[in-house]
Design a protein around this ligand. Structure first.
Ligand SMILES: C[S@@+](CC[C@H](N)C(=O)[O-])C[C@H]1O[C@@H](n2cnc3c(N)ncnc32)[C@H](O)[C@@H]1O
Length: 277
């Protein structure tokens, strides 16, 4: 393996065994969005309302995390879905299956430990494939997209959620005030709205970007510190660096009269007509 491959392997190991071993770190970040979102429709209900779900649909979620979508948006989804919940982390796949299975809401739910770059599923076997906030973690997003197109039926849809360059800009600024602009190697892989717009048309005849209008109106600095501490470089920072993060967050709240507005720049690609290359 060359140096780049070593970095990729250690980043994937960090994701699988530390960051996403279970949902605790992801939940700290999700809490900020759920608590302070100003959007009229919550994220997961909005995502599932972007397509008409076919009858008796076979659905694959890649990078399913804790399976929150199927619980939080269940009121907007048909009950005849057959769900395959997949993730590179065994802990996440297990948690997702436990959550979704206990709902008793869907026709069938199974889980698989799988890397989206090498999906263990037959060609043209799913009506809908979902990937929310996964591809930015993947060393070769092009290969992941090709895999999602491969397993999609010709009449199906792939839903890919990702962020744009301004996403949570205020939080990035706080991080940079303390640690400088370098992005930690574990989180350096990149797939965003611009990359998707450039990459996806090679794999789908139809690609639409649907922006999700939202911003966070944060009122408790501790929630922001907890969010920042869920990933490097704040996660694992020395106590003095951590104290500087707390000071930087409090200073922002002070300047904002006790509030911190955080921009969001995110949305969903709806991709159809897979090119089975
Ligand atoms: C930010 S979380 C998103 C979870 C879920 N989709 C959601 O929106 O709540 C990213 C998930 O992708 C998974 N993941 C990272 N790299 C992956 C890969 N190469 N193949 C499959 N899953 C991966 C992680 O284990 C984690 O559960």
């Amino acid at each position: 393996m060359g140096g780049g491959d070593d970095v990729a392997a250690s980043a994937q190991a960090y994701l699988r065994h530390v960051q996403y071993r279970d949902s605790s770190r992801l939940a700290a970040r999700a809490r900020l969005h759920v608590k302070y979102s100003t959007a009229p429709v919550a994220w997961f209900p909005w995502v599932v309302s972007q397509i008409d779900w076919p009858a008796d649909a076979e659905v694959l979620e890649v990078g399913c995390g804790a399976g929150w979508m199927w619980a939080e948006a269940s009121a907007r989804l048909p009950g005849d879905l057959s769900l395959t919940l997949s993730d590179i982390s065994a802990g996440m796949a297990r948690e997702a299956l436990g959550r979704v299975g206990s709902l008793g809401r869907y026709r069938r739910a199974t889980a698989a430990v799988a890397d989206v770059q090498r999906l263990p599923f037959a060609d043209r076997s799913f009506d809908v494939v979902v990937a929310t906030y996964v591809l930015h973690h993947v060393p070769d997003p092009r290969r992941a997209v090709a895999e999602m197109a491969r397993v999609l039926r010709p009449s199906g849809a792939v839903l890919i959620a990702c962020v744009g360059g301004d996403h949570l800009a205020e939080l990035r600024e706080i991080r940079e005030e303390v640690f400088g602009p370098a992005v930690p190697a574990e989180l350096a892989w990149s797939f965003d709205a611009d990359a998707g717009a450039a990459m996806l048309p090679a794999h789908f005849g139809s690609v639409e970007w649907r922006p999700y209008a939202d911003q966070l109106d944060c009122r408790d600095p501790d929630d922001v510190v907890e969010y920042l501490a869920s990933t490097p470089p704040v996660e694992g920072a020395a106590p003095d660096e951590r104290a500087r993060v707390v000071d930087a967050v409090r200073a922002r709240f002070g300047r904002g009269g006790g509030r911190l507005r955080v921009r969001k720049d995110t949305g969903l690609f709806v991709c159809r007509a897979p090119r089975h290359l």
